[in-house]
Design a protein around this ligand. Structure first.
Ligand code: 5AD
Ligand code: SF4
Length: 465
């Protein structure tokens, strides 16, 4: 952490003293945002705040926003309305950060329509939270801390993790792909990779603390180190995603390694071979399809055709025994015809995706696709979404059969939400498994279970070791 931020952090800490101030963070969007929120929480804890269980108890409320799809905006404005009443009753600090604030119109709208917001910060200035809180709390200033240039990578930001046994580690920031529907490259900037030595040190530290599962994060995670501007001197021999995977898997104590979100075009043979030779890497690989039609894929600027996508999945299946895939699919991209949508269904029929994250296309101001005149009517988009969902649900039932009577190694993640007597975890392939404790097993233990029943979205099992 920068020394000037550390100074601000200590000044806030002195001011708060033993006054028992609490923070509440509301995170929208992806796992990268969740990981950023863990850093915001880490800085707030070091400033002397403790975590509030309810929003109404908080002295500082931080929104970490997303702007990938439109519904996130509606959610933010709804919440801000609720908080206005709170702010009238109590002296709280309201801070809004994250991707949405990198959009100029959004930051301006907050300033104009929500004057009770104290701090607005962007994706490249998260590490300045101590200074921004200091200005709002002590100098009663309104703070706007947003920069347009790509942020530097700051190491050593304090972090308060959400879980005790699984942890996310961001390995690269930004995206260079400019898929024509996507706002991410505009709000997260160009690709920057963290120094592999810092990443490995962080993961070694996590292993020492007892963490067993690591998820490597990046907007385009498998292009780690593939972009220009990487200082190869600093890399210590690790100059590709494949080599990083090998190095992470060598760390004792780490038992499961996942990564999200990759791009099909960056699944080069070295990455596929690294997955194949490292059994710690989960046998579910995210392979975002987006569309199954080659013309739409070209208009999306995805850099692969329907055939190339299918070939890639087949190659991976051959090289990585038992691999399954999850995917992202967008329905109703501008100009998508019925026949083109049918191609998406065709790919879903051919590749047994284990998990499909389905999205209705949402026009994002400033992206090429949003400027097109051939937007698809809402009603048609929804109908296509429902057809895809129906097909997916049929597939889930079929896919579940392969688990019956198999043995699976599971990290116990917690108690079932529906039945607190039951434990839960996930298979290597991300399927939720629910089972009774047998011998005082604890959260964080690895156990062997046998799958007895399938219930569409979860499997029921018994412990066998
Ligand atoms: N509309 C709908 N879905 C989108 N995604 C990204 N941008 C949009 C958009 N404008 C989806 C993609 C991506 C996932 C994280 O969000 O499927 O992989
Ligand atoms: Fe968006 Fe495409 Fe980059 Fe993913 S790869 S973040 S979909 S631009």
């Amino acid at each position: 952490m920068q020394s000037e931020q550390l100074d601000f952090l200590l000044k806030v800490k002195n001011k708060i003293g033993d006054k028992e101030k609490q923070y509440f963070i509301l995170t929208m969007g992806c796992q990268l945002n969740e990981n950023d929120s863990e850093k915001l929480a880490g800085m707030l804890c070091d400033m002397g705040y403790t975590k509030a269980l309810e929003l109404s108890n908080a002295d500082i409320i931080v929104f970490n926003t997303c702007c990938v799809r439109e519904n996130a905006e509606e959610r933010l404005f709804g919440k801000l309305g609720e908080i206005k009443n709170l702010k009238e009753k109590k002296d709280i600090i309201i801070a809004i950060g994250g991707c949405m604030m990198q959009e100029k119109e959004m930051a301006a709208k907050i300033k104009k329509s929500y004057p009770y917001v104290d701090i607005v910060f962007g994706t490249h200035t998260l590490q300045n939270l101590p200074e921004n809180v200091y200005k709002a709390l002590i100098e009663h200033e309104k703070v706007k801390d947003i920069i347009d240039i790509d942020g530097e990578i700051y190491e050593g930001i304090p972090i308060k993790r959400n879980d005790d046994f699984k942890a996310s580690v961001t390995i690269m920031y930004g995206c260079n792909n400019f898929c024509s529907y996507c706002i991410v490259p505009y709000v997260r900037g160009r690709e920057r990779s963290r120094n592999p030595k810092d990443i490995l040190n962080e993961i070694r530290g996590l292993a020492k603390e007892g963490y067993k599962e690591i998820t490597l994060l990046g907007q385009n995670v498998n292009s780690y180190m593939a972009h220009p501007g990487v200082d190869l001197e600093m890399a210590g021999g690790i100059d590709s995603f494949a080599k990083l995977l090998d190095a992470v898997c060598k760390i004792d104590g780490i038992e499961i390694v996942r990564f999200i979100s990759p791009h099909p075009k960056n699944f080069t043979d070295d990455v596929i071979d690294a997955i194949a030779r490292n059994e710690k890497i989960a046998r579910i690989v995210h392979l975002p399809l987006q569309s199954g039609n080659s013309k739409v894929l070209k208009e999306m600027n995805r850099n692969y055709t329907k055939e190339q996508f299918i070939e890639l999945a087949e190659k991976m299946k051959k090289k990585i025994p038992n691999v399954v895939f999850s995917t992202d699919i967008i329905v109703g991209f501008p100009g998508e015809t019925e026949e083109e949508f049918e191609d998406t269904l065709d790919v879903v029929r051919r590749i047994n995706f284990e998990q499909i994250f389905m999205f209705i296309y949402s026009a994002r101001e400033g992206t090429p696709a949003a400027a097109r005149e051939d937007q698809i009517p809402e009603e048609i988009k929804h109908k296509r979404f429902d057809r895809l969902k129906e097909l997916y649900e049929l597939k889930v039932n079929d896919n579940n059969q392969k688990y019956l009577h198999t043995k699976q190694k599971i990290l116990i993640e917690g108690f079932s939400k529906n039945n607190s007597q039951m434990l839960t975890g996930r298979t290597d392939t991300n399927k939720v498994v629910v089972f009774e404790p047998k011998d005082n097993e604890k959260i964080g233990d690895m156990v062997m279970v046998e799958i007895e029943e399938e219930h569409k979205w979860y499997l029921k099992a018994k412990i066998v070791n």
